[in-house]
Ligand binder design. Sequence first.
Ligand code: ZN
Length: 294
Amino acid sequence: MAAAPDDQRPAPNLEAEAEVVSYSTEGPVAFVTLARAGFANAQNGRMTYAIDDAYHRAVEDDSVKVIVLRGAGKHFSAGHDIGSPGRDVDLDYPRVATLHYGHADKAGAERHYARENEQYLGMCRRWREIPKPIIASVRGACVSGGLMLAWTCDLIVASDTAFFADAVIRMGVPGAEWFAHPFVMPPRIAKEFLMTGDRMPASRAYEVGMINRVVPDTDLESATLALASRIAEMPRFGLALTKRAVNFAEDQQGLRDTIDGTYHMHHLAHAHNELTTENHLAGQNARSMAEKLK
Ligand code: ZN
């Protein structure tokens, strides 16, 4: 993926990672695997576009009926990359999800707004509308930006080691950029989830209807494949229409409008942080966030 470094700022130190997402198929099931296990699959820009490439490949392959999104290693995803050597927030990638202009040569609120509009809001919307069912297969951490990856999937199968959290309240920010929280769990539970930032274990996520299955960790792969294979027996167009029908119902209940509207509250918080702390994350980083997550 070509990337133009910002000429105003030093280029980030991109570590030599052969691939950040891997792709494979097993019969009618495509596996998209987040492959930054050394960084708990923290999502940098490069990974975002690699996920998109992998989804594109699965969509175009007529032999693929169902897609599985999973993470290599112990964790599904620790969220957006706010601390690995491969963090690439200063790079513009050619836009795929939107026709927004690039962010790298912009300043202030405009910079973050432009980048997140394409790489988070736009990408999540694009992925949610993929016409094939996607199953998230989650073990370990599924945190903040990781939630966006899982919640844009249609079904979620979790290991009993899995936990979900969105702790960006510590940055003064009202939830990750894809604000589906009050739709994937009841509003009062969403408030507790957001206001405490605490971990929600898989058993509780199942209880509140956020996920479809909780299975012993050793059974995660087989349980995910069994569900994917069952769905793969169904007609392709029927699956596409069914997905669209449920998404339409969610949008009638306000999901899309809520996400579009709250995106601006998210960016009010980023801008407030820049004004008061000169850092849009209020000085938090991967280490400080992980230390407080319980
Ligand atoms: Zn943000």
